[in-house]
Design a binder for this molecule. Structure first.
Ligand SMILES: *Cc1c(COP(=O)(O)O)cnc(C)c1O
Length: 411
């Protein structure tokens, strides 16, 4: 049995039963899953968790399911890499990359949220799942839904990278490419979700889906020896991931798994789509929608549903945020690959480039532990590097030709 008490409005606190609903009927605030922490505290401890299989489901009491996990059973527990080469390059003491480019069937952290969402959709008895996506969510719903035997409707902006379209359609979902940006797609999907009784993972079952992001925070705390880092840098699209990582650390503290919590949370966006960072920097709570224009398409949400809550989490933790240009994103992708052998997609470039800026500004403490969340694999966005990769040395198949090149390299 699960440990959910019900849904609760984040604004007015009104309570709702566990159903596929997402907005408060009274104040239109978003609904969030509420747990019985007293019971969870009795059930799990560091020792109990440590004995379980290495997947995102090892924290299942803190996830919104009633029965056993049904989807993504091997997903998660991605490496927390001690990044000494990169630390040296950035001039910091203790740096880690949470590497979500691996350990997921579709190579991004979206497999976390979709594993939870599809398990919940099955519990609710849905036979069709759907999503509005900037790319990675499409991959995940298409792939994990295929294994689960669910009908799949996947909606994307038609302008998505060709490789991201291929990596969705290969799983044979019903792939719908909409002539518009993500915010247009999302608006259309809200209408469709009202009319057709499907499980839209990021619309009508969003309260459950979003909880899956907490597993990233749980894992980091466990991998640091049951300690939260001093600073954590997190990319923002809708702002949900950042909000939920903050929630995960607070939950671990509440049930006694963490002794203390002093983590500062830092947000990262691309300058071409930075509505959350713009509001944060100008001291406002209201996020003003923008029209995205950046190579970081997986983060290109101009009207972020959880922007307000992401800003609150950042402020509550005492952190900050930055936005970075497309050239800075590309440089950061190359820096991470050349120093640590990790190939991140554009969102990873955004996060590292923002971390670098925040370190240079003195906002992130150089002398204490820093975790940078790299959320997706670079093989998914190879187009972004076209024309920007380091040189390839082309030679004739003979020794002389090779040594010609070698001479040049040694010079
Ligand atoms: C979706 C996504 C994010 C951020 O998602 P939120 O909407 O802020 O939860 C970060 N990185 C990658 C690679 C993504 O696909």
């Amino acid at each position: 049995m699960g440990y959910i008490k019900g849904l609760k409005c984040r604004e007015c606190g009104r309570e709702y039963p566990i159903e596929p609903i997402y907005v408060c009927e009274f104040c239109f605030g978003p609904l969030e899953v509420a747990y019985d922490y007293a019971e969870i505290k009795k059930k799990i401890s560091r020792e109990v968790i440590e004995k379980r299989p290495l997947s995102l489901w090892r924290y299942r009491e803190l996830l919104p399911i009633d029965g056993d996990p049904q989807v993504g059973l091997a997903s998660g527990f991605s490496p927390l890499v001690r990044a000494n080469n990169l630390a040296k390059a950035l001039g910091v003491k203790e740096l880690y990359i949470k590497d979500d480019t691996v350990m997921h069937p579709t190579l991004s952290f979206k497999d976390r949220v979709v594993s939870v969402a599809l398990t919940k959709a099955k519990e609710f008895g849905f036979d069709t799942v759907a999503c509005a996506s900037t790319g990675n969510l499409a991959h995940s719903v298409a792939a994990l839904g295929a294994r689960s035997g669910l009908q799949r409707f996947v909606f994307i902006p038609a302008t998505l990278e060709q490789s991201k379209i291929t990596a969705s359609v290969v799983y044979s979902p019903n792939l719908i490419a909409v002539d518009g940006n993500y915010d247009d797609v999302n608006r259309l999907c809200s209408e469709i979700a009202n009319k057709y009784k499907w499980a839209f993972v990021n619309i009508n079952i969003r309260p459950y889906y979003a909880e899956g992001s907490k597993t990233l925070g749980f894992e980091i705390a466990e991998q640091l020896g049951w300690k939260a880092p001093a600073s954590m840098v997190i990319p923002c699209a809708s702002g949900s991931l950042l909000t939920k990582i903050w929630k995960s650390l607070k939950e671990f503290k509440q049930i006694g798994i963490l002794d203390g919590l002093e983590t500062k949370i830092y947000g990262a966006q691309a300058t071409g789509c930075s509505p959350i960072m713009a509001a944060l920097k100008s001291g406002q709570d209201v996020v003003r929608p923008v029209k995205p224009d950046t190579i970081a398409k997986s983060l290109a949400i101009g009207n972020p549903a959880d922007g307000y809550y992401a800003i609150s989490a950042i402020r509550e933790s005492g952190g900050w945020g930055e936005d970075v240009s497309d050239p800075e994103i590309i440089d950061a992708i190359k820096l991470l690959a050349a120093t640590e052998g990790i190939f991140a997609e554009t969102a990873g470039g955004v996060t590292l480039a923002a971390a670098k800026k925040l370190i240079e500004q003195g906002r992130i403490d150089r002398d204490r532990s820093i975790v940078i969340c790299v959320t997706g694999n670079g093989l998914k966005t190879q187009e972004a590097l076209s024309g920007h990769t380091p040189p390839v040395h082309y030679i004739k198949p003979n020794l002389a030709s090779f040594e010609e090149v070698l001479k040049g390299l040694r010079r």
